[in-house]
Each structure stands twice: as C-alpha cells, then as structure tokens.
Design a protein around this ligand. Structure first.
Ligand code: AMP
Ligand code: MG
Length: 423
C-alpha cells in the first residue's frame, strides 16, 4: 500500500444531482493512488504505470557511428580533388580497428563505430571507386559531420526520460530496452471485483428462459478494463435480494481496491446498491445530471472504492468511460485523464433536448463531399441499445445549456480511441 489516504473523509454532497463537471471534480479530488509496486520484465510492462523515474545510464548511442553504408574520412583533410585511399573496413559491431590516417577513408557500414581520425561519412551511392577499389572520390559538397550519428544524440547519459505515473507505451519500452534495462518497477494492478446484479440475468452459454437477459455488462466491462492495468475478479451475478447483495459486497470489499457493479442502482424496491453502500460504508455521490446514466453511485466501503453503474448497457458503458476509467487510472498510480474532444460540424438535427442535463449520444465521423469531417448520430436513443454503441466510433457531448442542434452546428466529438477502445 502507498500509505496515502484513499479518499478524503467527506460526506455525501447535499445536492440532489451533481452536474457532469461537479462529478468529475468530486471523483478527482477524493481519489488517490492505492497500488503498491512490483518489478516486471519489460516484455510485460506495456500499459503499466511507472513507479520510478527512468534515467539514461549511459549515452544512446554509446559511440558515434555511421548512419549509412559509405566511406568515413576527416572533413578538414579532404584534398581538392576529393580523392582518398581506401583504408580499413569497419562493419557494425567491429571494434579494435586502427585510426584512419590523413589522406585515407575507411570503408564503413551503417551502425559501425566511427574510427578515430574521421568525422564525416560519404554515402557509397555518391562515391566513385577507382584503381581497383583502392581509391575513392568523395563528393565535394558534403558538410562536416554528415551521415554521422553522434554519441548520445538519441539520449544523453543522466537524462531523466520518463516520470513516475507515466503509462508505458511501445516507444517507451523501446527507450528502456535501448538503455539495457530489462526489468522495471511499475504499479501493481488495481484489484477490481466485478459484480452484476439482477434476478433476470444469466451468463452466455446457458439456455435462456422467458423473462431472462444475458449478462452482457460483465463482458463489456471486462473488455473495457482490458486497456487498463487492473486485475478483475468475476464475482458473478447477484440476485435482487438485500441480504445477498450486502454479504457479497462486504466480502468483496475485504480484498479488493475497487468494487464495480452494474444494475440495481436506482431507488426501486428491487434496487439494493445504494442502501448497501449506505449501510456498509459511505456514499459520496449518487445521481448525475447526464443522459444516459443518471443513477451512478460512487462511495467507499472501508478503503475499498465503490463504483456503481446503472444496469442499462449504454448507460453502464458511458459512465464507465466518463467516470470509472479515469478513477481506475488514478487509483492505479496514473494521472487523471480527460478525453480528447474535437469540435466538429453536426451532420444531424435535434430539436428537443432537455435543458439542465448533459447528454452523450452515440456517433461517428464521416467525410462530406468537400472532404470535411462531419459527425453523424445514431438515430435511436434507448439506453438498452447496444447497437448504438456498436455503430458508433465515439460519443457526441452536448452541454447542459443546449436544447437543439442544427445541421452544421459545432458539436464535441469524443472518439472511443481516447478511452482506450482501439479499432
Ligand atoms: P437496473 O439498473 O437493475 O434497473 O437495470 C436496468 C436495465 O438494465 C434492465 O433492463 C436490466 O435488465 C438491464 N441490465 C441490468 N444488468 C444488466 C447486465 N449485467 N447485462 C445486461 N443488461 C442488464
Ligand atoms: Mg436490476
């Protein structure tokens, strides 16, 4: 454990509903890193949060070397005609070759160490050999230092290239490998207990009976988490029964950093999530003025963070992206991440949006006949329609104050890729 406090000791806000912006601020302010560190091989480090800075232990590259196949020579000593005697032959990986004397050029290959006495390389394609290859004519216009990679030109020894909390991308792994470092200290995965709730739910693979619904949220949330450093425990499906819900949630809280539920999140007689958080722990947030996804809860049971998503798949998906994903990043030792927003012209019309709530519609980008991007909207709004998520490549964010959108109006488009959903 990090020793930092997970959540400030605050009580539930006194407002009926928080706005989207207030919700983000509240989650951000009350969460901190919970994970310890572990050492992993760099082949397993992509996507993990760094626990320590990465500092270059030496210059990369270690030696000045040739960027091309050609002839290495001393620029200042080049005679008027550009003719030099061909001296030693140096390939990548060769060491211990002699210095190149004045009036000579070394035959050199890409990646080979620059021999002493040389500072410039002429590409073989630009040179002319004569005298059975014993003499080479170097082009005159070449600048001193051309085609040479300086020692340390990629990274200089002692430079701090990556900071703690940075999420390791393939190019960062390449950097660490280029330093000769094979293991790295990263944050342990966030331990997430994933719970579905609802008497009607069953798992795929089982025969469905009237009144039943397959538990798609479990698999959707698991897949959404796959782009984050989290370790999921499948806690199955809970019946809509207060005692069963309380027992399962109390059990999960004991050995997880986060409980992530879907369903049972409203105040109906069959909904037990809110009452369970209130009974076992503390609730920080319950309702958000957004669509889809109003009944989203955020609380804690002891040190375990509770994130309660609505049951409707679209609402669960949207709330996960907007609130749970950044929360999991922070808990895992990363930075709070705001999605990228692109203001783009709408290729649709809406006349009846309710004021006082922010809406997140499902949409995608197309190119209009003039080659400009235009945002299309999935025409149906139901928050049970997984089809809209499937058709879409992002969310269209419409702020509280807007009640209509005309074709050509600017709307904010949030591509799914900025939430870690790759194509
Ligand atoms: P609830 O939030 O429990 O009132 O559920 C709202 C709607 O979402 C209901 O139609 C549920 O059947 C549906 N739902 C709840 N949980 C899931 C789930 N895990 N997978 C698919 N649909 C669900
Ligand atoms: Mg339910």
């Amino acid at each position: 454990m990090s020793g930092r406090r997970l959540i400030d000791d605050c009580f539930l806000h006194d407002k009926d509903r928080l706005t989207h912006t207030e919700t983000l601020a509240l989650i951000r302010e009350r969460l901190a890193r919970v994970t310890g560190t572990e050492t992993v091989a760099i082949e397993a480090a992509a996507g993990r949060f760094l626990a320590e800075p990465v500092v270059a232990p030496r210059n990369v590259p270690l030696h000045a070397n040739s960027a091309v196949d050609g002839y290495a020579f001393a620029h200042d000593g080049l005679p008027g005609g550009g003719e030099l005697a061909v001296g030693p032959r140096i390939a990548a990986g060769d060491i211990g070759h002699q210095a190149v004397e004045a009036g000579k050029a070394a035959r050199i290959f890409t990646g080979a160490v620059m021999p002493e006495g040389t500072d410039t390389v002429a590409m073989q394609e630009d040179c002319t050999l004569s005298g059975d290859g014993g003499t080479v004519a170097i082009p005159q216009a070449l600048k001193k230092g051309a085609n040479v990679r300086r020692a340390g030109e990629d990274v200089t020894a002692g430079i701090r290239v990556l900071e703690p909390g940075h999420r390791l991308r393939p190019q960062d792994i390449a950097t660490i490998a280029s330093f000769g470092i094979g293991e790295i200290s990263v944050r342990a995965p966030v331990r997430v207990a994933l719970i579905s709730t609802g008497n009607e739910l069953l798992r795929p693979g089982m025969a469905i009976k009237p009144g039943q619904v397959y538990d798609s949220n479990h698999f959707m949330l698991r897949a959404l988490c796959s782009s984050l450093p989290v370790a999921i425990t499948d806690c199955g499906i809970l019946a809509d029964d207060a005692t069963a819900v309380e027992a399962a949630i109390a059990g999960a809280a004991a050995n997880h950093d986060v409980i992530l539920t879907s369903g049972g999140a409203s105040r109906g007689e069959e909904d037990h999530i809110v009452t369970t958080i209130d009974k076992l722990g503390k609730r920080h947030l319950w309702q958000i003025a957004i669509k889809p996804g109003r009944p989203m809860s955020f609380g804690q049971i002891g040190d375990c963070v509770f994130l309660g998503l609505p049951g409707n798949p679209v609402a669960a998906f949207v709330c996960f992206l907007l609130y749970c994903r950044p929360a999991l990043m922070v808990l895992g030792g990363g930075a709070w991440a705001e999605p990228q927003r692109y203001p783009l012209p709408a290729g649709f019309e809406i006349t009846n949006k309710k004021p006082d709530r922010r809406e997140f519609w499902r949409g995608w980008l197309e190119t209009d006949p003039q080659g400009r991007p235009v945002v299309r909207k999935f025409p149906r709004d139901g928050s049970g329609l997984i089809s809209g998520l499937r058709e879409a490549s992002g969310l269209i964010e419409i702020s509280e104050d807007r009640t209509s959108v005309a074709a050509g109006d600017s709307v904010d488009f949030l591509p799914f890729s900025s939430f870690g959903i790759s194509t």
